[in-house]
Design a protein around this ligand. Structure first.
Ligand SMILES: Nc1ncnc2c1ncn2[C@@H]1O[C@H](COP(=O)(O)OP(=O)(O)OP(=O)(O)O)[C@@H](O)[C@H]1O
Ligand SMILES: [Mg+2]
Length: 381
């Protein structure tokens, strides 16, 4: 079956006419693929059109920091599925950070270079969920990072694993299933407008388009689905809903990374059933290893296949009393990988709301997460 390549609609908003013409000129030779559906000098009159046109990309010219941030947020609200590029003459990192945090994914310096614009479009295109039927049918893998007790760096691993995987060509979803105490959004410093309940309560109308409009796109490329904002909303979420949602996500994303904790009941049962790989995350101390032993036995009892589970040792210190061999003997399983204890880098990253792998790519922590991502990809291939 031959499929036509979808046209990418692009809206241009800039009070400077010259910039508008320059971008139009760059895109014109590719008109059959890249269509300028709006070119306007007025931000206010453009907002309504954006809602109707739902362009894939909005390129917004900004000349004032505060106003620019508000405009990016307003575009995000009225056209949640548009990818926003900001263009400005301002090189200041506060501007770049401010725009990214408001929801822009690219910051292009004026005068815009054609090569940079096309590179940005190419980078963004891998974040778009195609309307391509084959693509939606493709089965992704669910990789769950789990520890029942918490405080072992499970969220740290999930967030960074997702961010590393997103550096490649794959589309990555990150789902926070710590329904009562999720903090993935905080780790990524984003304020999602929609959460898990937007999906679970709309399962009957779920399609790729709807899904994309409720997931929050982070500048790392990861698409986030976070825990409900209100605790009461959590109560109505059923395991069946979680299972259906994960099945659907598998059809759209290459990898769905789930961060979860707590008991092995309810939603977690559905998560474990749907997971292709469960990274049981622990630290190397006796209480944590004893807990691991109990929970691994419980996985066995519940019929969760052994070969789905991998033991991940976080906060690993090579000179500690308990060695990897000791843990392997106690758990009667091989350790999949150790992630070093890098408190300073990890804490910095959490406080700044940027994954370690993006903030400190050379940190031993980042290198270990890159190895983890490679292993996961190898074993899930
Ligand atoms: N590899 C690491 N090296 C050093 N410190 C780490 C590492 N991973 C996580 N931490 C620290 O452990 C603490 C807990 O991390 P995190 O929130 O990721 O754990 P969690 O298991 O998800 O906890 P929660 O129970 O809150 O969900 C954080 O303070 C973080 O800085
Ligand atoms: Mg956590």
């Amino acid at each position: 079956m031959t499929q036509s390549i979808p046209v990418v609609h692009i809206a241009l908003i800039d009070s400077d006419r010259e910039t508008l013409s320059a971008i139009e000129e760059m895109l014109r030779p590719y008109g059959d693929r890249l269509n300028v559906c709006l070119s306007s000098t007025s931000f206010n009159s453009s907002l309504e059109s954006l809602q109707k046109l739902a362009p894939k990309v909005v390129i917004l010219g900004v000349s004032d920091l505060g106003q620019g941030i508000e405009q990016v947020k307003a575009i995000h609200n009225s056209s949640p599925w548009s990818t926003i590029f900001v263009t400005s003459i301002e090189k200041n990192s506060d501007w770049i950070l401010g725009m990214m945090r408001a929801g822009a994914i690219e910051y292009l310096l004026k005068p815009i270079e054609k090569a940079e614009l096309f590179e940005a479009l190419q980078k963004a295109s891998k974040l778009w969920i195609g309307t391509n039927v084959e693509e939606v049918k493709k089965k992704g893998k669910v990789v769950t990072v789990y520890n029942p007790i918490g405080g072992m760096g499970t969220t740290t691993i999930a967030v960074n694993l997702a961010a590393v995987l997103a550096k490649g060509d794959d589309k990555i979803a990150l789902v926070d299933l710590n329904l009562f105490s999720g903090d993935v959004a905080t780790f990524l410093d984003i304020m999602p407008r929609y959460t898990l309940t937007s999906v679970t309560s709309n399962l009957s109308r779920l399609d790729a388009n709807f899904l994309m409009s409720v997931m929050t796109q982070h500048s790392s490329g990861v698409y986030l689905l976070s825990e409900p904002l209100e605790l009461d909303e959590t109560i109505g979420i059923t395991p069946e809903q979680i299972e259906k949602m994960l099945e659907f996500l598998k059809g759209v994303f290459s990898y769905v990374i789930v961060d979860t904790g707590g008991l092995m009941f309810g939603a977690n049962e559905a998560v474990f059933r749907s997971s292709n790989m469960i990274l049981y995350n622990t630290v190397m101390n006796l209480p944590a290893l004893k807990t691991a032993k109990r929970y691994l036995a419980a996985f066995d009892k519940r019929g969760v296949q052994r070969d789905k589970i991998r033991i991940l040792v976080n906060r690993f210190l090579s000179k500690a009393d308990i060695r990897v061999q000791d843990a392997e003997r106690l758990l009667d399983r091989k350790v999949f990988l150790t992630i070093p204890n890098e408190y300073g880098d990890v804490n910095d990253s959490i406080n700044k709301g940027v994954p370690v792998v993006n903030l400190y790519p050379r940190s031993t922590m980042s290198k270990a997460v890159v190895s983890l991502a490679e292993l996961v990809k190898q074993q899930m291939a």
